[in-house]
Each structure stands twice: as C-alpha cells, then as structure tokens.
Design a protein around this ligand. Structure first.
Ligand code: FES
Ligand code: MG
Length: 577
C-alpha cells in the first residue's frame, strides 16, 4: 500500500466520530471502497472537484469534459480526484433572480467543502453568480482552492453579422421593439445568439468574474479567456487539477492569495476591462468574507487614473474569443503593470509580476495600450447625492456621453409590475429627455435585486429612434447591457431610501463629472413625503425566503447575508493614499 506522505489529512480530514477515531476511519473507508477504490488511491492527496453541471445550465455545458481534464491533472500529479455536486445557478432559469440564489450556493459550497474530506478543491463555475458564490463559500472554508471557469461560448452569425450573447440579444430586441426587424427575423436570430455551450461571449458578469479571479491570483494565469469548447480550456482544466495537488501539499490556503493587494489588483482590472457593474457587488462580498470592506469612494478615485483598455462589448466591439486570441488577461495585465501590486502571490506558486513577465508580446487589436486607451478613465463611476446617500454607480464606459450631464423630469414606476404594465402605453407621459425611475428592485424590494435596472425605452420613443435615456433604480443590470443607467441606489426604496420619495414630475440631476445624483425637491417637501411613506409589505413565513429577507445586506456590503460575514478588520480597500 503506497502512502502519500505529503497528504496532510486525506480521508482523515474532518473525521466525525462513530465511536472511536479508528472505527470512524474504518467505516468511512469501508463505504467508499464500495465504489471500488483501493487503499493506494485512498491514501493519496484528495482533490475535491465541484461539479456544477446541470441540464438547466448551458453555461456549464462543458462540465463533463472539464471534470475529466481536472481529474487527469490530479492523477498526473499523484492525487485522487473526487467529484461532488453543489447547487448550479443558470442566469436565465433562476426564479425570481439568480442573485436571490447566490448566497444559497455560497452556503452549499462552504458547507460541502467543510463536511467532506479533501485536501484541496477545484471549483468549476462560470455563469454569473456561480463564481462569486463559490469564492465566497470556499474562502470561508479556507481550504486550498483553485477557481476554474467554464469559459465563454463561441460567437455565431446572423445574416452576415457576427452575434453573441447577450449584448446582441438586447440590441436585436431593441430593434424589434423599434419595428426595425420583423417577427420572422427575431425568431431567426434567437437561434443564432448563443453559438455553443459556455458563458456569455462579451464582457458581461461571467467574463468579468473570470478576469477578476485570474487578477486576484485565485485562478491560474491565462485561465480567464479560453472559450468553453477549446483545447486551451481543457488544458487549463488539466493544469488546475495538477496545481490543486501541489497547493494541497504546500498548504496554499486562499488567505495567502486573497490579500488586500489581490483585491486592489482586482478592482484595477475591473475598471480596465470595462467590467460588469455586478463585479463590484461580488468583489465586495468576497472581500467581506476575508474581513475587508470596499471603499467605493476610493474605488472611484482609483477609476480616475485607470484607463479602460479592453475593447469588448458592451463597452467596445469585440468578444471574449478575440480577447483570448489577443493573449487573454495577461495582455491586459502587462499594460496595467505600473498600477498593479506585482508581488501578489497566485495559485501558480509564482507572483503576478513573474507571471506577467513570462508572457510574450505581439501585435493585436483588442487590448489597447496604456498610453493610448479606449477610454482615459475607468469604466465604473461612484455617485452620491441626496437621492443616493449610500451611493450608486454608473458604468460610464457603456453610457451615452451626451447624457452623462443631464437634468430631467422624473417618470416614476413604483415597481417592476407597474413598469411592465405602463412602459409601452401610448398614453404614457414621457419625453426623450425625461429620466426613468424604477423603485422596489433592490436587495429586499424585489427581493433579490434583479437585473431590471436596464429599463426598456418606452415603445413610443423607441419607434422614434430613441435608443438611450437616463434610467435610475436600486436594482442591478446585466453586465452585457449598455446605456446611461444608474444602479444600486443605496439605501434601497423598499427600506425607505430617498428613491422611495421620488414622484413623477420631480426634477433629477445627474452629473457624472461631479459624481452626483440629486433629487431637486426641497427638504421640507421631502420630509412631508417621508412622513406619508408606507413601507411595502414584504414578508415570508418560512424557508429560504425568510432567511433571505432577514439577512440580506445592501449593495455596499455585497448583498451577502449578515450572518455569513466574519467580524470586519479595520481595513478598507483600496487604501487611502
Ligand atoms: Fe450564463 Fe450569461 S447566462 S453567463
Ligand atoms: Mg449576466
């Protein structure tokens, strides 16, 4: 019987007592041997592989192939792979919203890692909420881990035009609403938008979280960009398996990787890639699990000297597979080098700086040079004002420059149902320079903070060719969406935040330059409205929904559950200079 002397605990990890310790191990081995394992296998370093494949989740449709490749890597390094399932969340099949389930997946991930014996773990995730959920849970368990993303889908073509989910989904639907394309064409394009299994092909939340995982060093260098169905993706999986064994033996726990420097690097990268606004909520939640708070004002200041370099939709024109051919995230990191903490350790065992230096340079058109950026300053701006005392954000790189300094009349929808009922009403009193306001789609309000912040342009205006308006809500927006859209207004309206007091006809002023968002109504009138305001009745008698409503925090705390956050250290990221 070969013993892996380097295996720290193997099957003995987390041994529960069925009587004495010897008997507990005896029993545990007896059962797993029912699956045909030998003593040799069971004495190896054990790498858990989290399988989030599901027929509901085409974004994880390559999970079976990835699992095989990870297993191969683990065995090449002399370890034993053991695959286990957790919750899988697909963006499009998660009622009421995927965000509602993210923390459930985080709990599942954390507790299954804690419960089952393993020396390290490879997390296979990809679709928007899955990577943050896995990292939130797994870093709380603090076992050596490697994040492996499923990778982006391939693009496809529609009548000679290249298309990919889901910036183009929104573009074509906007054209359909504007009667530029007919029923037949919208049906036709529906079958073209998603070219293969894998995650959305633009810089949406999935691609953003893939890049941030790599930037933080918790995924292997070069692992963010290979598309789901490629040989490169399978090799990343094999290497992740190998490295998981090495890191288990070396005891590389996530607290050694996910330091303040790693989070600062991730915030830089979020800005430079023109990443999803959801990325800031997820990073806040992951950092929160390590005891760090994100200082959004400092993040905004960081944005002022961080250029947008990546020319991907929705801020630019390319797709993830193009970024991959351009060298992937390492090409971006090389340009950003002067702004990064190069001594941050990655799961490869080398520092970020060492990894960057190992990358070849070549001509490409997707990643702009630091001194000739796509946009001179960062993708996301942080706003404050009497309408958002706790802050709000706007993805300025995907907004209409003409609307970033704008004052207009509010057209208010009380909740998502109200909006759905009236937005296309020909009688709706709305003009192109009005500001659309949607309430009650915050973390508690909806509940689950749905991606309804991307309000559609009222049909009668869409038919006049209007493609963008200022839109404000306490909700989120898909990372694949674009427009002049103010999100995450905090505190949310369902809790009585000032957004709850806005009425149609009020005037609102947005100044991205001044980073301000103000309701131009005097304080006496606001106080009067505050007295009259009645909180919406949002209750649940039992179950997950009850837990959710009792524990969900606001966007500035990452919408994590309060009871899952450890005591905070006295450190805010990024650091004040
Ligand atoms: Fe899964 Fe976009 S729907 S990544
Ligand atoms: Mg998305």
């Amino acid at each position: 019987m070969t013993r892996d002397e380097n295996s720290k605990t193997g099957l003995k990890q987390g041994l529960v007592n069925y009587g004495d310790e010897g008997f507990s191990l005896f029993l545990r081995k007896a059962f797993i041997k029912g699956a045909g394992y030998s003593d040799d296998a069971l004495n190896r370093t054990i790498v858990g592989i989290v399988n989030t494949g599901s027929d509901y989740n085409p974004c994880h449709g390559n999970a079976p192939q990835l699992i095989e490749a990870v297993k191969r890597g683990v065995m090449l390094e002399g370890g034993l792979p053991i695959v286990f399932p957790t919750v899988s969340i697909a963006e499009s099949f998660s009622n009421p919203t995927s965000m509602y389930l993210r923390n459930l997946m985080a709990i599942d991930t954390e507790e299954m890692i804690r419960a089952q014996p393993m020396d390290s773990v490879v997390l296979i995730g990809g679709c928007d909420k899955t990577v943050p959920a896995q990292l939130m849970g797994a870093v709380s368990a603090n076992l050596p881990l490697i994040q492996l993303v499923t990778g982006a889908m391939l693009t496809s073509g529609h009548r000679g035009v290249r298309v990919g989910a889901c910036t183009d989904c929104r573009r074509y639907w906007g054209m359909y609403r504007g009667q530029e394309i007919d029923d037949q064409e919208i049906d036709e394009v529906n079958g073209k938008l998603v070219g293969s299994v894998g995650t959305c092909s633009v810089m949406g939340t999935a691609s953003t979280m893939a890049c941030l995982s790599e930037a933080m060093g918790i995924a292997l260098p070069g692992s963010a960009s290979p598309p789901a169905v490629t040989a490169d993706r399978m090799r990343v999986a094999e290497n992740s398996g190998r490295q998981a064994v090495i890191n288990a033996r070396a005891g590389v726990t996530p607290d050694r990787i996910l330091t303040e420097k790693a989070f600062e690097n991730a915030l830089r990268v979020l800005l430079a890639i023109g990443g999803s606004t959801n990325g800031i909520i997820h990073l806040t939640a992951i950092a929160g699990r390590m005891g760090y708070e994100i200082d959004l004002e400092m993040f905004d200041r960081m944005g002022r000297d961080t250029p947008v370099l990546v020319d991907l939709k929705p801020s630019g024109q390319h797709y993830m597979e193009d970024l991959h051919r351009a060298g992937g995230l390492p090409t971006v990191l090389r340009e950003l080098k002067p702004l990064l903490h190069l001594d941050a350790l990655t799961v490869s065992g080398r520092t970020l700086g060492e990894e960057i230096d190992a990358v070849a340079t070549f001509e490409q058109q997707v990643v702009y040079r630091f001194d000739q950026p796509l946009y001179p300053s960062g993708g996301i701006a942080f706003l404050r004002g009497n309408l958002a005392p706790g802050g709000a954000i706007i993805k300025q790189s995907a907004a209409d420059p003409e609307l970033m300094e704008h004052e207009g009349r509010a057209v208010v929808f009380e909740d998502a149902a109200d909006m759905a009922a009236r937005i296309d009403d020909p009688e709706l009193d709305v003009e192109a320079d009005d500001i659309l306001v949607l309430k009650s789609i915050g973390p508690v309000g909806a509940p689950g903070m749905p991606e309804a912040g991307y309000l559609p342009i009222p049909r009668k205006l869409a038919r006049q060719g209007i493609r963008d308006m200022v839109r404000i809500s306490d909700g989120r927006m898909s990372g694949t969406a674009a427009g002049t859209i103010v999100l995450h207004v905090t505190p949310e309206s369902a809790l009585g935040g000032p957004l709850a007091l806005v009425r149609s006809g009020d005037r609102i002023r947005l100044s991205v330059n001044a980073r301000s968002l103000d309701l131009l109504v005097d304080e006496a009138e606001l106080e009067h409205r505050r007295q009259q305001w009645q909180a919406p009745v949002i209750i649940a008698e039992r179950g997950y929904r009850k837990l959710f409503l009792e524990q969900i925090t606001q966007a500035d705390q990452g919408c994590d559950f309060a009871f899952l956050r450890p005591p905070m250290r006295d450190r805010r990221i990024p650091h004040r200079q």
